[in-house]
Design a protein around this ligand. Sequence first.
Ligand code: GUN
Ligand code: ZN
Length: 449
Amino acid sequence: HGSPLKGIRGHILTFKANPALHDDAEGCYDFHDDGLIVIQDGYIVDAGDYSAIAPAYPQMRDIDMYADAVVMPGFVDCHTHYVQSPMIGSYGETLLDWLERYAYPTESRMADKQSADETAREFFRQTLSQGTTTANVFATTYATSVNAFFEESERYNTRMICGKVLQDRNLPEALKDPSAEESIAVAGELLEKWHRRGRQLYAVIPRFAPTSSPRQLQLAGELYQRHIDTGVYLHTHLNESQNEIEWVRELFPGMADYTDVYRHFGLVDRMTVMAHCCIMGENEWQTLHDCGCGVAHCPSSNLFLGDGEFDYREAVKRSRPVRTGIGSDTGGGTSFSIPRQLGEAYKVAMLHGCGLSALKSFYMATRGGAEALRLENTIGSIAPGFEADMAVVDLRPSEFVGWRMKYAATVFEKLAVIASLGPDNLIRATYVAGRKVYDRDRGQKWMYA
Ligand code: GUN
Ligand code: ZN
């Protein structure tokens, strides 16, 4: 009865528990060598071994079959800037230098609706073609940049988080909010317009402490606290580089640390997501744990800007673990691909002398990211009741990689190779709320819902 069923058949991988926090690796995931996902009305209604569950759905006609591919939950990108897509890969000496030379001028162009629309269209195409189905995204100062993003997200019916960036000092005039009060009024209107409209979710986004006046941070905290119970986010940057930290200390004297600046204004709470967290004091990790915040590890950006590195082992310390996901941070990051971020995260972990298994890294890319965004009961798993967002990861994206896979035994050995080599054309298809919105092997690759 009801609307038609759709099936996806292939290898299926999904996660149940964080392997950083449990010694029983086998208990952290489900892998079905010949699996079936049953979808109805955008939700997963069943998933498991094909032979076990297929007989219960004799009426199911529409089944997409994938050989040599792993169907996984769509990747979750916990921190990115869609408005920086036009300047990805620009050379910068340091974070602060790179912001002045590339990020701010590019973002200034997004007051123009046509530029914002075109950039949103390209961002979604790149993001979906890398298997990412949810992202936590900075727009910029202008309402046009927020509307352009959510309008494109609605066309695909993706579950996305975005918001107006609040920034009223220490940046070029064109990007500066005219006043703290006006900036919060505009953010409040955008929140009312977009939060929970379809699958869209709103974030209050002070760019970072140096570009907001104390008054703006105060009002941002009030707006966030008024709406936190409806799942509105607070998204910002924290402790990315040494210069930045010193600047914050000068601008906010008397605070214990950078985290304390945000906490002072009511910004550190359970719907808060902090990007970077590279240069952290023990008290700061403890605060993020106590307050239930999420953090976004952005390895390609940290390596590209060269100012700091995330310490995964500290983040997931069992005495005070912090919800940890992966962020591409484009344009500071150099790729839209979450698997490529995992390859970089592996190298950063190696420099810290701890390593990062594919079990742990693909957890962060899916269910871990959902946890960082407090969406772990909604997205990030292939199980009944979850929204049907999936990435089909090709184990034969090229002749060579296909050949190489003959020498990898388990699915995690194969995924380690995928993360480390970061092959092109990795994603065969991307599903959003049960609909295929990206198909690598079709002439028309992207399809609105
Ligand atoms: N800190 C403040 N703004 C930015 C930004 O746009 N990118 C990065 N990587 N860090 C920031
Ligand atoms: Zn960023």
